[in-house]
Design a protein around this ligand. Structure first.
Ligand SMILES: Cc1ncc(COP(=O)(O)O)c(C=O)c1O
Length: 415
C-alpha cells in the first residue's frame, strides 16, 4: 500500500488538538496534587483565552503536558492520555506510512533530537547483545563511516563500546569497501563478535547515503551477528518522499530502528527528534526503577514536553502525505536547478539527488563569500575542504540568484 495520511484544515487540526487537551487532566481545573509539574507561569507566559483560542500548539505548550515514558505500548498515564495518544499516532505515521512498517509492529517516541534517538538505539542493541548472548562489553563494537554524525562517536563513548570507523572515498564520499571489509576482519580477529551498525540516510555534511544493501549482504553472507540502525535524522523527512521504494524502510528486515529529526525539514521546534524501533526491542532499556512512572520509562531523557509531539502531528496533517511529497519534491528540484547552475559554472560539488545538501569543493569559492552566506565548512580550521549549502525552505529564489551572481563575478575577477 502506498503512503497515506490525510491533510486536515486548520480548523480540523485545532479541533483535534483541543479535543486531546480536553482528554488530558488540566492543572487549572482538577486537583492534581502529586506531580512536580504544572502549567507555564502565567506571569510570564500569556494564557489569556483571546490569545490562545486559535493557537493549538501554544495552548499545549502552556498547558505543559508531560510525555515521560513511551506511549506506543503499555500503560498510559490518565493525566496526559489525550496528547500522548496524538504522539502514538504520529509515531504510527512515521513508522507505517513514511517507512512502510507493518501495522502495530513498531514502537517509538519523540526524543530531544537525533542525538538522543541515535544513543537510544545503540543503548538498546548494547543491552540486547549483553542480555541475549551473555557477552562481555569488549565483544561489542559500533561500526560507522567517518562521515557519520558526531553523536555516533558520542554514543560509543557513553556506552563504552569500541568504535570501528570506516573510511570514505574523499571525492565520492562512498564507503571505502576495502576498508569496510578489512576493519571487520580486524575486529573479528580482536575478539569482537557483535556489531552495532549505523547506516546514514544521510550524512550531515554531504547528504551522502550509505550503500545499505551492499553492507548487509556482506554482513549476512559472513554470518555476522549485528543489529542495524539507520540515522535518518537528516534525510528521514525528505529522502523517502523523493526516492520512494529504496531499501531504507521497515520492509527491509535487516533494519531494526530509525532516527528522524522533525526539527530539520519539518520546521518544528527544537526538541522534536523521533526514535522508531521494531516491537520487542524497547524492553532492553526498560528502567524498572522508574516505579512512579505509569508504564515505566524506556527513554533516555525522562520528562519531555507533549507540545513537541503536537507540533510534529500538526505539521504532518497540515500537508497530508501528498502535500508533503510535493513540498519535498519542490525542494529537491530547487537543489537540482542549483546544481545545474554549478555545472554550468564548472564548480566541483557533491550531491545525492534524493537530498537537499550540496557540498561545494572549498577551492571553488572564497572564504569571504562562504562566510557571507553562512555556508558551513567541513571543519573550523585552516584546512577547509568543503563548504555545504542546505536548501531549506527559507532560501528564496531571489537570494539564490544574488548569491550565484556574486559567486560568478568573484570567479570572473579571479580568471
Ligand atoms: C545525520 C545526523 N544525525 C544526527 C544528528 C543530531 O541531531 P540533533 O542535533 O537533533 O541531536 C544530526 C544533526 O545535524 C544529523 O545530521
Amino acid at each position: 500500500m502506498s503512503m497515506h495520511w490525510p491533510k486536515l484544515s486548520s480548523d480540523q487540526i485545532k479541533f483535534r488538538v483541543f479535543e486531546a487537551l480536553k482528554k488530558n487532566i488540566n492543572y487549572r481545573e482538577a486537583p492534581i496534587f502529586g506531580l512536580p509539574g504544572t502549567y507555564l507561569d502565567a506571569e510570564v507566559f500569556d494564557n489569556r483565552e483571546a490569545f490562545l483560542e486559535n493557537a493549538p500548539f501554544l495552548s499545549t505548550f502552556i498547558a505543559n503536558p508531560n510525555h515521560i515514558g513511551v506511549h506506543t505500548f503499555g500503560e498510559t498515564d490518565p493525566i496526559f492520555k489525550g496528547t500522548q495518544k496524538i504522539e502514538a499516532d504520529l509515531i504510527r505515521i512515521c513508522a507505517e506510512e513514511i517507512l512502510c512498517g507493518s501495522h502495530n509492529e513498531q514502537d517509538g517516541y519523540v526524543s530531544s533530537g537525533g542525538t538522543e534517538a541515535n544513543i537510544e538505539a545503540f543503548w538498546i542493541y548494547r543491552n540486547y547483545f549483553l542480555r541475549s548472548y551473555g557477552c562481555h562489553l569488549n565483544q561489542i563494537a559500533l561500526l560507522y563511516s567517518e562521515d557519520s554524525h558526531y553523536s555516533i562517536a558520542k554514543a560509543a563513548n557513553l556506552l563504552q563500546v569500541k568504535s570501528i570507523v570506516i573510511a570514505v572515498h574523499q571525492e565520492t564520499r562512498e564507503i571505502h569497501w576495502h576498508d569496510f571489509e578489512k576493519k571487520i576482519q580486524m575486529a573479528l580477529a580482536m575478539g569482537i563478535k557483535y556489531f552495532i551498525v549505523n547506516v546514514n540516510l544521510s550524512t550531515t555534511m554531504f547528504g551522502s547515503v550509505d550503500p545499505i544493501d551492499l553492507m548487509t549482504t556482506y554482513l549476512n553472507q559472513n554470518d555476522l551477528i549485528y543489529k542495524l540502525h539507520v540515522d535518518a535524522a537528516f534525510g528521514g523527512f525528505i529522502f523517502p518522499f523523493v526516492s520512494p521504494d529504496s531499501s531504507y524502510s521497515f520492509k527491509n528486515p535487516n533494519i531494526t530502528s530509525f532516527s528522524l529529526d522533525a526539527h530539520k525539514m519539518l520546521q518544528t521546534p527544537y526538541g522534536t527528534g523521533i526514535f522508531l524501533i521494531r516491537k520487542e526491542f524497547m524492553q532492553y532499556v526498560c528502567t524498572h526503577e522508574a516505579t512512579y512512572v505509569p508504564g515505566k520509562d524506556y527513554t533516555l531523557c525522562g520528562s519531555r514536553s507533549g507540545a513537541n509531539a503536537i507540533a510534529i502531528w500538526m505539521v504532518l496533517h497540515k500537508y497530508g502525505s501528498e502535500g508533503w511529497k510535493l513540498k519535498m519534491q519542490a525542494l529537491a528540484d530547487l537543489t537540482s536547478n542549483f546544481c545545474s547552475q554549478l555545472d554550468q559554472m564548472g564548480i566541483d560539488y557533491f550531491r545525492n539527488p534524493g537530498l537537499n545538501i550540496v557540498a561545494i569543493k572549498a577551492g571553488f569559492i572564497s572564504a569571504q563569500l562562504a562566510k557571507k552566506y553562512h555556508l558551513v565548512p567541513n571543519e573550523h580550521s585552516e584546512n577547509i575542504q568543503w563548504f555545504k549549502l542546505v536548501m531549506m525552505p527559507h532560501i528564496s529564489l531571489d537570494n539564490l540568484s544574488i548569491f550565484l551572481a556574486e559567486w560568478e563575478s568573484e570567479r570572473q575577477v579571479k580568471c
